[in-house]
Unconditional design. Structure first.
Length: 239
């Protein structure tokens, strides 16, 4: 749901989002909820009661738009409001949303939403970070991308999404490719050894090391094995 549907053309027509649609794994539909307004001047916003700066989206166009789209669907949709006051978006939320059959993203503009939209129309409020954007469109694009790539068959290698940073609760380990020696900067010998057991151990240790250094807060909720806990303690003792 957007007042600027043209913003989505390049995103939906490129890369993984384009390929998943061509494969029939997902369908995207952008609805301009201005088309549903009953205001003779096609306005979808108004001044806030009680005064104050900015304009507020009125409930009527969005309620009618969501209800119309819902009636045409064979599944009850999850209605997601993009909002800086919403819960912080995470990979766990992406995995949760990827299991839904129908998602509706409400992209607002102006100062905010009439509170009745929050209380009676949406099922989720999501923020992609502690900052404010002009509208919800960019946030919706971010979420749609992160959800779509989790669909079975979306990626060439099914392990790709499983190994992504945050999917395991940790940051992803370093990656290397050819050449093995680039300007004197060499790939770690372990990755050239062919010993897959040792390589997996190295990757896990590096993932723990990178998380400890960059995002130690993630370790509070990470579900680590006893061996991983031992490796983490070794990492913490490193200079």
């Amino acid at each position: 749901m957007s007042l600027f549907p043209e913003m989505f053309g390049g995103v939906f027509g490129s890369s993984i989002l384009k390929k998943t649609q061509e494969k029939g794994l997902v369908e995207y539909h952008v609805t301009d909820f201005r088309e549903y307004t009953e205001n003779k001047h096609r306005r979808v916003d108004d001044y806030p009661y009680g005064g104050g700066a900015g304009m507020v989206l009125t409930p009527q166009p969005l309620f009618d738009a969501v209800e119309d789209v819902t009636q045409k669907s064979d599944a009850k949709p999850r209605v997601v409001l993009l909002c800086p006051q919403g819960e912080r978006y995470t990979q766990k939320k992406a995995e949760e949303l990827s299991k839904e059959k129908h998602l509706i993203f409400v992209c607002g503009h102006y100062e905010g939403y009439d509170e009745r939209i929050r209380e009676n129309l949406v099922t989720d409020e999501i923020s992609i970070g502690d900052f404010v954007l002009t509208g919800g469109e960019l946030g919706a694009m971010v979420i749609i991308d992160s959800v779509t790539r989790l669909l079975p068959g979306a990626l060439g290698n099914e392990e790709s999404s499983v190994r992504d940073s945050y999917s395991s609760g940790l940051l992803e380990h370093p990656h290397y490719t050819r050449p093995a020696d680039f300007r004197g900067m060499k790939v770690p010998d372990i990755l050239l050894s062919g010993n897959h057991k040792h390589i997996e151990e190295w990757r896990t240790k590096e993932s723990l090391r990178r998380t400890w250094k960059r995002r130690p807060d993630l370790l509070h909720s990470a579900d680590l094995t006893e061996q991983e806990k031992k490796w983490l303690e070794e990492v913490k003792k490193e200079k």
